[in-house]
Design a protein around this ligand. Sequence first.
Ligand SMILES: *[C@@H]1O[C@H](CO)[C@@H](O)[C@H](O)[C@H]1NC(C)=O
Ligand SMILES: *[C@@H]1O[C@H](CO)[C@@H](O)[C@H](O)[C@H]1NC(C)=O
Ligand SMILES: *[C@@H]1O[C@H](CO)[C@@H](O)[C@H](O)[C@H]1NC(C)=O
Length: 153
Amino acid sequence: MRRMIAAILLLCYLSFSPTCRAFNVEDCGSKSGKFTSVTLSCDMSKSVCDLIPNTNATIEINFTIDKDISAVNAVVHGIIMDVPIPFPLGNANACTHSESNISCPLAKGGSYLYRNVLPVHKSYPKLAVTVKWQLKDENNEDIVCVLIPAKIK
Ligand SMILES: *[C@@H]1O[C@H](CO)[C@@H](O)[C@H](O)[C@H]1NC(C)=O
Ligand SMILES: *[C@@H]1O[C@H](CO)[C@@H](O)[C@H](O)[C@H]1NC(C)=O
Ligand SMILES: *[C@@H]1O[C@H](CO)[C@@H](O)[C@H](O)[C@H]1NC(C)=O
């Protein structure tokens, strides 16, 4: 039995079967918050999130918080071969950009749905990248931190 499970896992690993290879969004040190779901505009049943040039990529982070928070700033890095490269956002301040769907201050115990849309430019290099998305509070501490395995197609 154990050998059979191992064989199935190995087959999954070697194949590109979507059910075997769906990617996970990893927590990279969420502190005052906890994400309940992360929804991306890519096909989340694949092994990585495919970012298609000339499209907009949407991210939604549904999270709860365990303290009052007055500021929410998004910090995004693209990690390429272990090197985090800052990805500047024009709308980093979620409190002042209504498209973020966050109204500040945030109340302890509340549930929030953060949203952002990024254009995938044609000029981006076609490579594998881990997207690190942090939402930071007024003390520069992580409310949530998520890692998304992605690939620019
Ligand atoms: C992406 O979003 C921007 C801003 O909302 C919009 O102007 C643009 O047309 C969108 N692009 C695509 C390919 O949907
Ligand atoms: C966010 O997650 C909570 C808990 O899972 C759920 O009750 C709520 O409906 C979600 N909100 C949205 C907008 O998805
Ligand atoms: C955020 O989006 C959810 C679902 O789309 C909505 O129910 C909620 O009212 C929005 N919150 C704000 C502050 O706009």
